[in-house]
Design a protein around this ligand. Structure first.
Ligand code: 9MR
Length: 600
């Protein structure tokens, strides 16, 4: 094989040691599609072989040269490993002198450890409780409780733009929940989609009678053995926090109504805010890295309620009321009451937007129509009430094709999925049709991508790995509903891509693969910055390539010099490319659990 030296050199500027053979380093499922890639500018096929742990060839073939793909930025050939059906733990792809990283071929349960570890993220990032070595996977990840207790009142005083916020007369006990990401903020908006994803994994698998590797006692958790699925134990930790963020009934607050972020001076009006949700609880200033949560020196406050947070609470609390209806009727009733109160509060206050404050992320969103649809859909699926059915059926999201995969600011598909899984039959059929239609459109993008992922574009957003996973999740569901394997293949390609079958040859998941992410932007898993801090535990997903908002110092160096799928570095300073987050690990857990189960 002759490698395209000029191209390779240009694309690998500042890159880690070159790899030319890109395989899924966790491994492939014996009866599933298997794709690997070789970087080569040869126009003709190149010969390859796969060798076993003793170096014996077990399969040989010819590569398929692929059309140039601007997102990849290097010439790639596809290697079709589908015939490799004999299980093995230590295969390598060989082209010329080069050997790939090792990879396995195994049964579906090859993915069960990844599902377990990806969910472990939600234990490791718990606030308000000590993280214990036995559950965290080792003493290095144990730490004292952070923010225990967390009783906070509303931020008052002057913000960066000179607006004077009045605060509030109460304090809420918001102990618990999950830290969002590399920071210690706890955000209701992003908490919502993350919690929903775990609860959906439960609901979707129950509805389809699929066994998941997350039953009671299967995961390392303090609650294991309590008679409830460990997946739900994870989810409940965050649900309790979301409920705690609700503004007490009959509370009047002075808030900016219908004013865009950045407006100064803001005009404040007194509104009936009872039932709304505070947008976040967070530090008043960004803390330095590293920072163990219990050492956080900053004061923390509740930031003003927003309609978006309120609808996130309404949606997830409605989902909670469904999921726990028989398991814990008291908790379910509490969730249902909170969901209805939040819905009513959002109807009363339909446009109170989130504003920026120093020290935490904004999760700001000017379009709340999808949040309203999502909450109505969840409440409809839970209660069957005509008023929620009417909101759903009159919404453009019930008629127009799905425009984008789910994301924290794009939640309409979550409502469709819940109706598809838990709604009345005829509505479920409508929702499935829309989701399958979106899945088919995304699947049709896969042939345009050299690495076969269901995304043809070259715009890789902050957290792009989660955009891919959220498409994959819908593709996986659609494959199950239709039995169409053409939908399954691109979903699996996303997992291949995340685990190393990408132009950097990097596994974006800690602990999986020999070439893997090691240095996330995280205040506790900060070994790169301080040897007294631990490395990341296994199963943590990097946000991934980002060529849209290259705002950290590492990304700034790369601006204009990287193809989309290569705008990434394994560096703790690279918060716009290598942070980790609950809304990114949640779909990783979903997809790993799907891979580990009976497909489709
Ligand atoms: O995931 C968020 C991404 O969509 C935004 O573009 C980015 C900048 O606003 O913020 C990301 O969310 C961060 C949040 O604001 C604070 N905690 C860390 C999150 C992940 O980087």
């Amino acid at each position: 094989m002759r490698t395209g030296l000029a191209l390779a050199a240009a694309s690998l500027l500042c890159a880690p040691a070159a790899a030319q053979l890109h395989v899924n380093q966790l491994g492939y499922i014996a009866d599933a599609p298997k794709r690997a890639f070789v970087q080569s500018d040869a126009t003709a096929p190149v010969g390859w072989s796969v060798v076993d742990d003793a170096g014996r060839p077990v399969l040989t073939g010819q590569s398929v040269p692929l059309a140039p793909d601007a997102a990849a930025g290097v010439p790639l050939h596809r290697i079709d490993l589908d015939p490799l059906a004999i299980e093995g733990a230590d295969y390598r792809l060989v082209v010329g002198e080069e050997r790939s990283a090792p990879f396995a071929v195994g049964p579906a349960r090859l993915y069960a450890p990844l599902a377990r570890d990806a969910l472990g993220f939600f234990y490791q990032n718990r606030a308000g409780t000590p993280i214990e070595a036995t559950f965290a996977g080792g003493a290095e990840w144990a730490r004292p409780a952070g923010h225990l207790p967390e009783r906070a009142t509303c931020f008052s005083g002057t913000d960066d733009r000179g607006n004077r916020w009045p605060g509030c007369a109460y304090t809420l006990d918001v102990t618990g929940g999950w830290y969002d990401a590399g920071d210690h903020g706890k955000y209701v908006v992003n908490g919502g989609i993350s919690l929903w994803t775990l609860l959906n994994l439960h609901e979707w698998s129950e509805a389809g009678g699929r066994a998941l590797p997350v039953a009671d006692g299967a995961l390392p958790l303090p609650e294991a053995g309590n008679g409830v699925s460990d997946l739900l134990d994870h989810a409940r930790w965050q649900m309790e926090f979301m409920l705690a963020m609700q503004v007490p009934a009959d509370t009047r607050l002075s808030l900016p109504v219908d004013q865009a972020p950045g407006t100064a001076p803001l005009r404040f009006s007194t509104v009936e805010a009872g039932g709304m949700a505070h947008h976040k609880v967070a530090d008043v200033a960004w803390t330095a890295l590293p920072m163990r949560p219990d050492r956080d020196p900053q004061p923390r406050f509740l930031y003003p309620p927003s309609t978006a947070a309120t609808l996130n609470l309404a949606a997830t609390a409605a989902q909670c009321a469904r999921v726990w209806r028989d398991l814990d009727p008291t908790f379910a009733a509490r969730c249902r009451a909170a969901a209805v109160a939040a819905w009513n509060a959002a109807e009363r206050n339909p446009r109170i937007l989130a504003h920026d404050f120093a020290g935490s992320g904004s999760y700001g969103d000017g379009d709340l129509s999808d949040e309203r649809f999502w909450a109505a859909a969840e409440l409809f699926a839970t209660t069957g009430d005509a008023r929620f059915a009417a909101v759903v059926r009159q919404s453009p999201f019930w008629r127009q094709p799905i425009a984008a995969e789910p994301g924290w600011a794009s939640v309409a598909p979550l409502g469709l999925i819940s109706i598809a899984v838990a709604g009345p039959d005829s509505d479920a059929a409508t929702a499935r049709t829309m989701l399958v239609d979106a899945a088919r459109r995304w699947a049709a993008e896969a042939p345009t991508s050299a690495v076969g992922i269901p995304y043809a574009g070259t715009r890789y957003q902050w957290g792009s790995n989660s955009n891919l996973l959220n498409r994959a999740m819908i593709l996986a569901m659609a494959a199950g509903w239709t039995g169409d394997q053409a939908l399954e293949r691109p979903a699996i390609a996303v997992m291949d891509y995340l685990l190393g079958a990408n132009p950097l040859g990097m596994s974006y998941v800690t602990g999986y693969g020999v070439r893997r992410m090691e240095n996330p932007h995280h205040r506790f898993w900060a070994r790169q910055l301080d040897a007294s801090y631990p490395p990341p535990p296994p199963g943590v997903l990097s946000g991934g390539p980002n060529n849209q908002a290259m705002s950290d110092d590492v990304a700034k160096e790369l601006r204009g010099r990287c193809a989309a799928q290569q705008c990434w570095r394994d560096d703790a300073r690279a918060f716009s490319m290598n942070e980790v987050a609950i809304n990114w690990n949640a779909p990783l857990a979903w997809m790993a659990a799907w891979m580990a189960g009976d497909r489709p």
